[in-house]
Write a protein that binds this ligand. Structure first.
Ligand code: AMP
Ligand code: GLY
Length: 426
């Protein structure tokens, strides 16, 4: 098969890497990709240029198109490609609404009886302010639409929540995406990401993963696109994955079908593991970034076969196998990230052979005069594999003995919670 992957980040590099290892795959194209993706032939079209991508597909005639990021899903890329007869892994615009409208997602999950925080949706800032005042404490104010993972504002006092409502609804911090908001109760607990391959009502879960969204060690600093990930979560009870499938993923997939929006692709539930059980903070309609960078290296079957089966409605025949290992991904960010990342710094050490049990996926990377240079906030993903999280962590951090760029910074505690909690009764 010849495949076209849409996107340019670390998640897409992990997809390209996994797909290019399949004996079924002759060529992997990536639009636009980045120069660090040596396994892919790059196609110079932006991942949010729907007509450009349709034209590229007409040229390349791929057997399968795999869509990485949320933006093209929300813009209807899948619908446009399917209308031209292409086989596409990823949901239609209607099914991806579970990600691009939090107001819709909340309503869908309520109808499906899926556990989630107490919440209300607002079109009017005055009404939103009245409600946050009545809550009297911590709450979370969320933009309805897509905001690059930055649209959830955790507020510690009503005053802060009022400011958040104004910033989103009146001042338009995230443009149209924030004109409607959801306000929800603040939940305590550990977070987990539950991803599953889904074709309509058939749900095949992956192992659970955990993102580390805050910039600094100890979950301090602002929320980012994700500073690292770990999988599987063997420190949590083994029954959790099954509970999440039954109480969350399957009811959500069925509810989408009932809405006439059959979901085909990866459904991703962002969870808070509360004392009362797992509750949904958000749904995404795609692989997580950086969760994909730990899940795909652990997958012990042919990814191309799984994606193909999903598109053919044959997911019921698929049994996912996982390597008996753990994986840790550490994101190396550019100086100035997340506010104003410094671009153009030379990346050293990628040409030499990497340490054993490690991989590097490239994200915000460009090329200048034949050198790889920084070109975005999250630059590289160092991935380590090992028999347990402790050794996977050690492997991941070994990468930075070899690969570096000026101003590079990363969290030093990725996966540490899983290491410390291992063996603790829950
Ligand atoms: P979201 O974009 O909805 O996943 O939110 C981004 C991050 O904000 C989450 O990963 C959590 O760390 C935090 N968050 C979102 N909603 C809540 C909530 N209801 N309670 C506590 N933290 C939350
Ligand atoms: N890891 C968070 C996301 O992909 O949205």
């Amino acid at each position: 098969m010849r495949l076209l992957v849409v996107g340019s980040g670390g998640r897409e590099h992990a997809l390209v890497w996994a797909l290019s290892r399949s004996p079924l795959v002759q060529a992997v194209y990536c639009a636009p990709g980045n120069p660090g993706m040596r396994e892919a032939r790059r196609v110079p079209v932006s991942s949010s240029d729907v007509p450009g991508l349709v034209a590229a597909a007409r040229d390349l005639r791929p057997d399968l198109v795999v869509v990485g990021p949320e933006d093209p899903l929300a813009k209807g890329l899948v619908d446009a490609l399917q209308a031209e007869g292409f086989r596409v892994f990823g949901p239609t615009r209607a099914a991806a609404r579970i990600e691009w409208s939090k107001v819709y997602a909340k309503d869908l999950l309520s109808r499906a009886g899926v556990p989630q925080p107490e919440h209300r949706s607002f079109d009017s800032p005055e009404e939103a302010v009245r409600w946050v005042r009545s809550l009297g404490g911590r709450c979370v104010v969320k933009a309805d639409g897509l905001a690059a993972g930055k649209g959830a504002l955790v507020c510690n006092h009503p005053q802060e929540a009022e400011e958040a409502v104004r910033a989103l609804m009146v001042e338009g911090r995230f443009g149209e995406a924030g004109r409607r908001v959801v306000v929800e109760e603040y939940l305590e607990g550990e977070e987990a990401s539950a991803l599953a391959f889904v074709d309509g009502e058939c749900v095949v879960p992956m192992v659970l993963a955990q993102d580390h969204k805050r910039l600094r060690d100890g979950d301090r600093g602002p929320n980012t696109g994700g500073m690292g990930a770990v999988a599987p979560l063997s420190h949590l009870p083994a029954s959790l994955a099954d509970r999440v499938r039954r109480e969350i993923l399957e009811p959500a997939a069925e509810a989408l079908c009932r809405d006439g929006a059959r979901f085909r692709g990866v459904l991703y539930a962002g969870l808070m593991l509360t004392r009362e059980g797992p509750k949904v903070l958000e749904f995404n309609a795609r692989f997580g970034d950086p969760e994909a960078q730990v899940l795909l290296p652990l997958l012990d079957c042919d990814l191309a076969e799984v994606l193909w089966a999903t598109c053919e409605g044959k997911l019921g025949d698929v049994r996912l196998r996982w390597k008996p290992k753990a994986a840790v991904c550490v994101v190396a960010a550019a100086e100035g990230y997340p506010d104003s990342p410094v671009k153009g710094r030379t990346i050293h050490g990628l040409d030499a052979e990497l340490p054993e049990d490690t991989l590097v996926f490239c994200a915000g990377v460009d090329q200048q005069d034949g050198r790889l240079v920084t070109a975005g906030g999250r630059v590289l993903n160092a991935v380590g594999l090992g028999p347990d999280v402790r050794s996977a962590r050690e492997a991941a951090y070994r990468v930075f003995g070899q690969v570096r760029f000026e101003g590079m910074h990363y969290r030093t505690d990725i996966g540490l919670r899983a290491v410390h909690s291992a063996g603790v009764e829950r």
